[in-house]
Structure formats: structure tokens, C-alpha cells
Design a protein around this ligand. Structure first.
Ligand SMILES: Nc1ncnc2c1ncn2[C@@H]1O[C@H](COP(=O)(O)OP(=O)(O)O)[C@@H](O)[C@H]1O
Ligand SMILES: [Mg+2]
Ligand SMILES: [Zn+2]
Length: 394
């Protein structure tokens, strides 16, 4: 068999994406040289963006697979090098496109990315669990999804997405979001940046507040190369503090999802979070009630009809939805009721959210439905962004 042409090899390489930047390595200037011998041995020199790039195994594997699939290839050798400073700043310029440093691309009027901020009145209600499951469900539906973990009190999102110990790669001033493992069928999973990743040292305790917090939030939105996202989800800290305020200033077009439990007290603080979002001119897109009930395992085992145990009371989600509808003057629906399920917690602990690990579980079904409801409304319908609050409301 004749060995492949250089052009064929180039075309195969053009199908390999850099896992962090999500663009073909050929476009990024990462392919430094290709050599094909008459006996079908192909050597590819790949330049990594930084030395010790955590993605080098993935890149090596993908290049080997793509080139190895060409007819006439007997062996593929991948040699790894590292970009020079000049090459890196060239790449940075290319990635920024026309975008000025420090500009938040999602705040541009022509942005096609839908931004959802997940808020709650208090901690422990499942805000992060909801965030990661929505992210996974939307990614599985084929959307390009980014997740910003902006919860200063407990950055649990990376662990819940299976990348607990990852540190982002940096190309000059640009930070690459951390990719999560590919989903079934090779679908690209969500990428994530956590405020915890911005600390110089992991074990460092930082009292995030005020201007510093604002800078961190802006950095996660503007210095991170998110690429063309369909959806950006933000896990906000609970309550109505500095982060929701900053976010409201920088991204008034974000839509807010309020998470609550059925409990009276939790519902009340959730209403406050929703009202605050609206004061920042953000639209509240709906309410997710979490820990709604426990399906009684004994009745299930006995084959009896479903018996729901209201561990945390009932009615909180619909109460928040009703109150916000009244206060804000537009329909704030109850998007879903997610039952208690040990598999949901286990999925979070294992870094494999329940919508992926156990898609048939009622909790997963409820979360996937929420993802479809908010994710399936078409990209960034302009009318939804204009702060539909009736004039003079505040
Ligand atoms: N529906 C649920 N069923 C069982 N465990 C849950 C459920 N929702 C959340 N949890 C668990 O409760 C804890 C708190 O959830 P988390 O998402 O971290 O809350 P928050 O981000 O609001 O503080 C986690 O251990 C999580 O796995
Ligand atoms: Mg959390
Ligand atoms: Zn029962």
C-alpha cells in the first residue's frame, strides 16, 4: 500500500481539536512539522501551548488515532515540543480575535451565549448539584457549555464534574477553562473555571470580598478563553452578597435560576435572592425545588403505589415561584421538583452527575427536563435580555 500524502495527513490533523481551546490544532499553529516515509511511518511534531500541559496525553492519543486511521499508515510517532513565547503571544492574539483584553464577551450585544446564574437564598440546598447536572444535560444535548464556579464559600463544582485537582493552563494572559471528560459518543463535556483555581496556592485561605471578588469574577469571564459557548452557567454563592451584585453589574443579561427546598424558611430567603436578581435588572427564569420528597423505599419494594415522604415539608418551590411572579410582574415558573436521592449525592461525590450516571432516576429525569426547558428556547432571544421589568418597578 502507498503511504499517505502530506496533504492527507494535514487533513487528518485538522480533525484533532486542542481539548482546552476546542479548535483544530492545525489552526492554532500547534503542528510544527509532518514527516512521511515511503514505508508509511508518519512523524508529527506537535507544539504544546505550555510545558507540562495536562492535555498532552489526550493530544498524543487523538493525533495518533486520526493519522493512524489513514490508509497506508504503518506507524505514527508524535513528538511533543513547546511553543516559544512569541508563538504563544501570537496564539493569544488569534484567540482574542478582535476582543479587547478585559472585555466580557458575554456582555456584548451580539453575544449568542445564553448565561444562567444559579442562585439560592442559603447554602446546602443543592445549588451546585443543580448547576452541574444542568451543565451535563445541556452538554449531552449537544450544546457547548461553560461553567463558572463563583461560590466563594465552597467551590465544589470542579469535584462534582470530576476535575477536582485540575489547574487551568495559561497561555500568556489567557486562561484555558478546564475540560471535563468527554461524554458518551465523544460529545464534548462542559468546561469549568472555579474561583478556587485563581488562588495562587490551593491550600491558601482567601477572604474573598468587595473589589477583589469583583476582579476575580471579571477575570473568570474575560481572561478565560471560553470560545463560542452556547450556554454559560454560573454557580453563585448563596444569599445576596457581593458576587450577585457584581454579576448584575457586569452581566445584566444573565438569567437567574433560583434553587430552594420545600422548607418555609428556605423559601423565604430564596425569594429575597430572586428579588435581588431582579433589582440588578436580571430576569428570573424560574425556580427549581430540590429535595422535594423521598420516594419511600419500603412502599417501592412492596410494589405499592409511590409514597412520597416530605422530609423538608412541601410547597416551597411553588410558593417562591408565585411570590416572584407577583413581585416581578412576569411569569416565574416552577421549573421542576427534584426528589431526594442518594444516587444524586453519590454522583456529585464521584464526579459523575446523576443525569449521566443514572439518567433513569426520577431526580435525573427532573433535572434533565429543567435543562430542556431553559436550554431549548433558542439562542439568546434578544427580547428576553432587555430587562423586561416594567418601568418604575424599583
Ligand atoms: N436531591 C438530592 N438528593 C440527595 N442529596 C442531595 C440532593 N441535592 C443535594 N444533595 C446533597 O446535598 C449536599 C449539598 O448540595 P450542594 O449541591 O453542594 O448544595 P449547595 O451548592 O446549595 O450548597 C451535597 O452533598 C449534595 O450531594
Ligand atoms: Mg455549592
Ligand atoms: Zn411508604
Amino acid at each position: 500500500m502507498t503511504s499517505p500524502s502530506l496533504e492527507q495527513v494535514q487533513r487528518a490533523l485538522a480533525t484533532v481539536n486542542d481539548p482546552e481551546i476546542r479548535k483544530p490544532i492545525t489552526e492554532l499553529g500547534m503542528v510544527d512539522g509532518v514527516d512521511v516515509t515511503p514505508s508509511g511511518e508518519v512523524a508529527v511534531k506537535v507544539l504544546l501551548t505550555v510545558a507540562g500541559c495536562p492535555m498532552k496525553e489526550t493530544i498524543t492519543r487523538d493525533v495518533t488515532a486520526a493519522v493512524g486511521a489513514l490508509p497506508g499508515v504503518a506507524r505514527v510517532r508524535v513528538d511533543l515540543g513547546v511553543m516559544s513565547e512569541e508563538q504563544r503571544s501570537g496564539l493569544q492574539g488569534k484567540l482574542r480575535g478582535g476582543q479587547a483584553a478585559r472585555e466580557i464577551p458575554f456582555a456584548r450585544p451580539d453575544s449568542l451565549t445564553k448565561v444562567f446564574a444559579v442562585a439560592s437564598g442559603k447554602g446546602g440546598v443543592g445549588k451546585s448539584s443543580v448547576t452541574v447536572n444542568l451543565a451535563m444535560a445541556m452538554a449531552q444535548a449537544g450544546h457547548k457549555v461553560g461553567v463558572v464556579d463563583a461560590d466563594i464559600y465552597g467551590h465544589s463544582v470542579p469535584a462534582m464534574l470530576g476535575v477536582a485537582d485540575a489547574r487551568p493552563t495559561q497561555v500568556e494572559e489567557l486562561i484555558m477553562p478546564v475540560p471535563t471528560r468527554p461524554l458518551e459518543g465523544g460529545t464534548v463535556g462542559p468546561s469549568v473555571i472555579s474561583i478556587g483555581m485563581l488562588k495562587p496556592r490551593r491550600d491558601q485561605v482567601v477572604a474573598w470580598r468587595g473589589p477583589m471578588l469583583d476582579r476575580a469574577l471579571v477575570q473568570m469571564l474575560s481572561d478565560v478563553f471560553w470560545g463560542d459557548l452556547d450556554v454559560l452557567l454560573l454557580d453563585l454563592p448563596p444569599g445576596t452578597g457581593d458576587v450577585p451584585m457584581s454579576l448584575g453589574q457586569h452581566l445584566p443579561n444573565a438569567e437567574v435560576i433560583v434553587v430552594t427546598t420545600p422548607q418555609e424558611a428556605a423559601a423565604e430567603v430564596a425569594e429575597r435572592a430572586g428579588t435581588m436578581a431582579s433589582m440588578m435588572k436580571q430576569r428570573v427564569v424560574g425556580v427549581v425545588e430540590n429535595m422535594s420528597y423521598l420516594a419511600c423505599p419500603h412502599c417501592a419494594e412492596a410494589g405499592a403505589p409511590e409514597h412520597r415522604i416530605d422530609i423538608f415539608g412541601s410547597g416551597g418551590g411553588s410558593r417562591v415561584a408565585q411570590t416572584l411572579t407577583q413581585r416581578l410582574g412576569y411569569d416565574v415558573p416552577l421549573l421542576g421538583e427534584v426528589p431526594l436521592d442518594t444516587r444524586l449525592r453519590e454522583g456529585g461525590d464521584a464526579g459523575l452527575p446523576i443525569v449521566i450516571a443514572d439518567p433513569e432516576a426520577p431526580a435525573a429525569v427532573a433535572l434533565a427536563r429543567v435543562a430542556r426547558t431553559i436550554g431549548g428556547r433558542g439562542r439568546n432571544l434578544a427580547g428576553l435580555q432587555l430587562g423586561l421589568t416594567p418601568a418604575g418597578k424599583f
